[in-house]
Design a protein. Structure first.
Length: 185
């Protein structure tokens, strides 16, 4: 069940995204604030992706020095941003539920894989900084945009841009994009 949820998170994301778009009542103000938050989450994801050699090693550089799962933390921040941008409590609830269920499954699935693949190296990393220091010599690297691209992070960036664009279109169509600005004149 957990592995199936982890595999289905992209498909479920499209379904939940469609529901959130339907529920959304974005305004120019909520779009600006939410997009700024979501961009911060995507920046964390890009930073993490630029340090990660997926399924090849236990990475301890970049945000992995402080966070066990910075890609998922970045995704969660993006979700908060999109919830703010959507300006819908129900839409925000859909996002929170989606992230809670799918990311929890993905983390559990990933940790099983990492323990099976890297054994003690992963356990030392998860226990804390002393284990990280022992691993740092062979897995500490500089950020690489090429590595982030190899990890297909551009897909998340395109997805974020599409989500924001759809919310902007909905706000424009509903006449709420400039509503806040017009009310202050």
């Amino acid at each position: 069940m957990i592995a199936a949820l982890a595999r289905l998170r992209v498909t479920l994301g499209f379904a939940c995204g469609t529901l959130v778009l339907w529920l959304a009542e974005p305004t120019g103000t909520t779009l600006a604030a939410g997009t700024a938050i979501a961009i911060a989450g995507e920046c964390l994801r890009v930073w993490a992706s630029g340090h990660l050699s997926k399924a090849r090693e236990v990475t301890v550089s970049g945000p992995y020095r402080w966070l066990a799962h910075p890609l998922y933390v970045g995704s969660s921040i993006m979700g908060v941003g999109l919830a703010v941008a959507s300006n819908s409590v129900a839409g925000g609830g859909v996002i929170v539920l989606y992230l809670a269920v799918t990311l929890a499954a993905a983390v559990k699935n990933e940790e099983v894989f990492l323990r099976r693949t890297f054994g003690d190296r992963y356990d030392r990393y998860r226990r804390g900084r002393p284990g990280v220091n022992a691993l740092a010599a062979d897995t500490n690297r500089r950020f690489s945009l090429a590595q982030a691209t190899a990890n297909r992070e551009h897909r998340a960036l395109v997805g974020l841009a599409a989500a924001v664009l759809l919310l902007v279109l909905k706000a424009t169509y509903n006449g709420s994009f400039w509503q806040a600005a017009a009310g202050h004149q």
